[in-house]
Design a protein around this ligand. Structure first.
Ligand code: PXP
Length: 254
């Protein structure tokens, strides 16, 4: 592709582990899924080690790091325990996310404004350890400015509110949420932040968000794993890659 920057696909394998854990035992193996996803066109693998270990476990992170040839993006809450694990796994990147034990999934962006003092040493330690830090934030100007002031090189914009509005057929809200993402991606770029996005994306929303040239990586999990039940994981990843490429090419040609 020419023109704007390439758009990377990070495949999140958490829910392969969710299915494994439903029965105990070793199958399906998230490492096997990661290798297959890379073969099918993923540019990296994302996994979230939650404090309750409901899907990915410590050993999965180590095995993923050892097995895959592409970057590993380690999602985690900013806690001392996670920091120690991340520094010992030494992934390519860490995405700091908020975590509530009772939530079904990551329900909002990090409070980078209120949590500034808490987050700062985590970003510094991870960066010193050679890990590229990304902050999962709402598409919001104050959050972007705080992320830049914290010295994180990357932000990941939470696409959940937009995707939810699209899914509910709430067109006006979906358009205003998309506009927030568009403005935030431009602002991130203006602040010198590398801009990623993710949460709740499917083929259609990935195609649309691919039109924002400042966004260079999408992290996608739940939809891909669900779709894999019907078409297989490799095909699900290939179709996602195609949707993203089409979205970006259409924007370039526009
Ligand atoms: N990015 C971040 C920071 C996340 O926490 C998640 C969910 O774990 C995702 C992306 C992927 O979201 P989904 O599974 O809805 O595609």
């Amino acid at each position: 592709m020419s023109g704007t920057r390439a758009l990377r696909l990070g495949v999140n394998v958490d829910h392969i582990a969710t299915v494994r854990n439903a029965r105990g035992g070793a199958r399906p193996d998230p490492v096997r899924a990661a290798l297959l996803a890379i073969d099918a066109g993923a540019d990296g693998i994302t996994a979230h080690l939650r404090e309750d270990r409901r899907h990915i476990r410590d050993e999965d992170m180590r095995r993923l790091k050892a097995a895959i040839s592409k970057p590993l993006n380690f999602e985690m809450a900013a806690t001392e325990q996670m920091l120690d694990i991340a520094l010992s796994v030494a992934p390519h990147a860490c995405c700091l996310v908020p975590e509530k034990r009772t939530e079904r999934t990551t329900e909002g962006g990090l409070d980078v404004v209120g949590g500034f003092g808490h987050l700062k040493p985590f970003i510094a330690e991870l960066s010193r350890g050679g890990v590229r830090v990304s902050l999962f934030i709402e598409p919001d100007g104050a959050a972007l400015e705080a992320a830049a002031a914290l010295g994180a090189p990357v932000v990941e914009l939470h696409t959940g509110a937009w995707c939810h509005a699209v899914e509910q057929g709430e067109e006006a809200r979906a358009e205003s949420e998309f506009e927030r993402l568009r403005v935030a991606a431009m602002r991130a770029s203006g602040l010198g932040l590398e801009c990623h996005a993710g949460h709740g994306l499917d083929f259609d929303t990935a195609r649309r968000i691919a039109s924002l040239p400042e966004i260079v990586e999408l992290n996608i999990g739940h939809f891909l794993v669900g779709e894999a039940l019907f078409v297989g994981l490799a095909e699900s990843v290939r179709l996602m890659r195609k949707a993203m490429d089409e979205g970006r090419a259409a924007a370039e040609g526009a």
